[in-house]
Design a binder for this molecule. Sequence first.
Ligand SMILES: Nc1ncnc2c1ncn2[C@@H]1O[C@H](COP(=O)(O)OP(=O)(O)O)[C@@H](O)[C@H]1O
Ligand SMILES: [Mg+2]
Length: 286
Amino acid sequence: MPIIRLENVTHNYGDKTPLCVSAIKNINVAIEQGELVGIIGHTGSGKSTLVQHLNGLLAPTEGKVWIDGEDIWKNKKNIKNIRFKVGLCFQYPEYQLFEETVYQDIAFGPKNMKLSEEEIKQRVLEAADFVGLDRALLAKSPFDLSGGEKRRAAIAGVMAMKPKILVLDEPTAGLDPQGRDSILEMILHYKKVTGATVLLVTHSMEDVARVATRVLVMNRAQVVMYDTVKNVFAHSEELENMGLAVPQITRICRELNRRGLALEEGIYTVGDACAALLPLLKKGVG
Ligand SMILES: Nc1ncnc2c1ncn2[C@@H]1O[C@H](COP(=O)(O)OP(=O)(O)O)[C@@H](O)[C@H]1O
Ligand SMILES: [Mg+2]
């Protein structure tokens, strides 16, 4: 049984008004437990709207959302529990830090879950470790943290609820390459330790190639592909027509191929490219 299933889901903003926008249209998709799904698509294609349906932050105008085999809107009182099961981290989550201390901010979710003080403390410390936030920072005001630290603290707040499904909307947006790498590493680590299913909305094809098990491609309010990284990236022309380019390194390797280097198809990460190029360099090709 898939852990997430969307059945004919449509969401209209300003439904039944002249300003009605169908942000997602008739979406059908099933995601299995334990996947790390990269969600890509041009700006305005409906990615954020889609993920906000998974924890009931938005309700579908039409269709059904199933989490863990349960229609989440069947019993409206249940929505709170869905929010604990599906942790959603918004784009630029650092703007939502508001408590006096970093500790209190990370503890906000677990407190809502009505856990004991002891359990809350344990969760906060564990989440801080997950995101590599120095424990000494927990007593500080969130406003005294650096940009990167704020981002980590915000993500720790979601992780502290130990959601079975972790959804992150562009968690690496606006970070430098090092900051980006470390956020990706901590997401992978969280997934490995907890076995969670992870959905990652991102602009970066490189990030998708590095960490995702599957890719979901949105275009004009619809899911147009949902497949393995390899199968999705094989449609490079279609992706380019949607304004999505395959990773730069893939294009470089194709160009090298065209110029006579015998590199295999399907190189999507710098690491793969190094592994393919080094033996050729050692042989003294070129
Ligand atoms: N709160 C809102 N009210 C009205 N329209 C919205 C709102 N949020 C998003 N939209 C519109 O819905 C469409 C999809 O937006 P969004 O889900 O944010 O896409 P993405 O995350 O892929 O950039 C866009 O046309 C956007 O302008
Ligand atoms: Mg968005």
